[in-house]
Design a protein around this ligand. Structure first.
Ligand SMILES: C[S@@+](CC[C@H](N)C(=O)[O-])C[C@H]1O[C@@H](n2cnc3c(N)ncnc32)[C@H](O)[C@@H]1O
Length: 381
C-alpha cells in the first residue's frame, strides 16, 4: 500500500515544491500551508529526499486521531501500537515500533486545547511505550540525538497526526556550504529563486553581490540536473527496518547528472571574506572549473556576453534612504547592462523592491527565516 508522504517547506514555496513533485511523477500532489502532500512508495520517498530542491524534510504520515486532552493523545498513540496488520509499504507496526529501536518525538501544537508542546510529546510517548510494554513486554528507549525512529506529532485543531521523519538532518544542508558570510540565503530559498525564474539553463549566471555563492551553486546544480542530496552521507530513512540499500543505490544512479549545458558562473562581492567563502563553497560543490568570483563592486562590473540569468539577494545599509537609493541603482544596472537577460531578486518585505523601477513578471511572497521577503522575477527587454 502506498505511503501518505508530506514534504515540508518554507511558507510561500508550496507551489514551486508541488511543481517539483509533479516533475518527479508522484501521485496525488496537494498543496497545504508550508507543506505539500503526495503518495508513493519508499522509492518515491528516497527520490524526494534526494532530489527536492525546495523542501526542508520528507515525512511519512503514520496515523491520526482526536487529541483534545492528554489522555486522548496517549490513547490514540497506544491504539496505533496495538494494530496487528498495519503496514507502511511493507514495514509493519511491530518492526517500526520494535522496543529495541530508539525513538524521539518532536511536537507542535496549533489551534488546539493542549498548547504545551512538551506535554503533547510526553503524552504521545506515554501512549507508545505503555502499548509497547503490553504488546512486546518491554518499552523502547528515547534517544534525542540520533533516534532510529525520529517521530513528529502535529496537533492541529485538536487532532493529532504522527509522522516519521525520513530526512533527519534538514534537506537544505547540501554539504557544499563550508564557509558562510553575513546573511547567507538558505539553500532551498536560493533554489526557489532559480525555479521561480523559469531559467532554461542557457547562458551565464551572474550574482554581482554573491556573498558565500549559494545562488550561483543552486543555479548550476539545477541546470546540470545535479541532485541536491548528492553530497549527503546520511538520511533517516536508512534506519527504517528492511531498508533496501541496493534499491536506494539504483535510485541514486538514476539521478546522476546528464552532461548538462555549459553553465558558467560569475560572482563578485565587495567583501574579501565573502569572495574567499564563495570560491571554497563552489569548489566543494564541484563547480570550481565553471566559476569566476572576484572582489569588486557589482555596480561597476560589465557582465559577460549574455543573455543569461542575473540572480541576487542584495542587503543594503540600515538607513532607509540609503537602501532606496541602492535598489534604484540595482534597477538602473539591470536596465543598462543586462538587456535581454532574466533577472531574479530576493527582496525584503519593506517594499524596497519597488525602487528597482521595473515591473516584475512574477512576485512571490516567501518567508525567509523569521522575515517576510519577496522573490521578484524580471524579463529585461
Ligand atoms: C545578503 S548578502 C548575499 C548573501 C548570498 N546570497 C549568500 O548566500 O551568501 C549581500 C552581499 O552583498 C555584498 N555587497 C553589498 N554591496 C555590494 C556591492 N556594491 N558590490 C558587491 N557586493 C556588494 C555584501 O558584501 C554581501 O556579501
Amino acid at each position: 500500500m502506498a505511503l501518505d508522504l508530506v514534504a515540508i517547506c518554507a511558507l510561500g514555496l508550496e507551489e514551486l515544491l508541488a511543481g517539483e513533485l509533479e516533475a518527479l511523477g508522484v501521485s496525488d500532489v496537494r498543496r497545504q500551508r508550508g507543506a505539500v502532500t503526495f503518495r508513493g512508495g519508499w522509492r518515491e520517498c528516497w527520490r524526494a529526499n534526494l532530489r527536492l530542491r525546495t523542501a526542508n524534510r520528507v515525512l511519512v504520515r503514520l496515523a491520526s486521531w482526536p487529541g483534545a486532552d492528554g489522555d486522548a493523545l496517549a490513547a490514540g498513540a497506544a491504539a496505533l501500537i496495538r494494530q496487528e496488520n498495519l503496514r507502511w509499504d511493507g514495514v509493519s507496526v511491530a518492526q517500526l515500533f520494535d522496543p529495541d529501536r530508539t525513538f524521539a518525538i518532536h511536537a507542535t501544537s496549533t489551534a488546539s486545547a493542549v498548547r504545551d508542546i512538551r506535554w503533547v510529546g510526553l503524552k504521545v510517548k506515554d501512549g507508545l511505550v505503555d502499548a509497547q510494554r503490553q504488546r512486546f513486554g518491554r518499552r523502547a528507549s528515547i534517544d534525542r540525538e540520533e533516534p532510529e525512529t525520529p517521530l513528529r506529532v502535529w496537533l492541529h485543531r485538536d487532532r493529532a497526526t504522527l509522522l516519521l521523519d525520513t530526512s533527519g538532518e534538514p534537506l537544505d544542508r547540501r554539504g557544499y556550504r563550508v564557509q558562510t558570510t553575513t546573511a547567507p540565503v538558505r539553500e532551498q530559498l536560493a533554489a526557489a529563486l532559480v525555479l521561480a525564474s523559469g531559467w532554461d539553463g542557457r547562458g551565464p549566471v551572474v550574482d554581482p553581490m554573491c556573498g558565500s555563492g549559494t545562488l550561483l551553486a543552486e543555479a548550476a546544480w539545477a541546470a546540470l540536473g545535479q541532485p541536491p542530496g548528492c553530497l549527503r552521507r546520511h538520511w533517516a530513512f536508512e534506519q527504517v527496518p528492511g531498508f533496501d540499500r541496493a534499491g536506494f543505490e539504483a535510485v541514486k544512479r538514476e539521478t546522476l547528472p546528464a552532461p548538462g549545458p555549459d553553465v558558467r558562473l560569475y560572482g563578485s562581492d565587495l567583501d574579501p571574506a565573502a569572495v574567499r567563502a564563495a570560491r571554497i563553497n563552489l569548489k566543494r560543490a564541484g563547480l570550481a572549473d565553471r566559476s569566476e568570483v572576484r572582489r569588486g563592486d557589482g555596480f561597476n562590473w560589465a557582465p559577460p556576453p549574455g543573455p543569461g540569468l542575473l540572480i541576487t539577494n542584495p542587503a543594503y545599509g540600515e538607513r532607509m534612504g540609503q537602501a532606496e537609493d541602492q535598489w534604484k541603482r540595482l534597477g538602473d544596472l539591470m536596465k543598462q547592462r543586462y538587456t535581454g537577460w532574466t533577472a531574479v531578486v530576493l527582496a525584503g518585505d519593506a517594499g524596497l523592491g519597488k525602487h528597482i523601477g521595473l515591473k516584475p513578471r512574477a512576485r512571490i511572497p516567501v518567508r525567509n527565516g523569521p522575515l517576510d521577503a519577496r522573490i521578484l522575477v524580471f524579463d529585461l527587454y
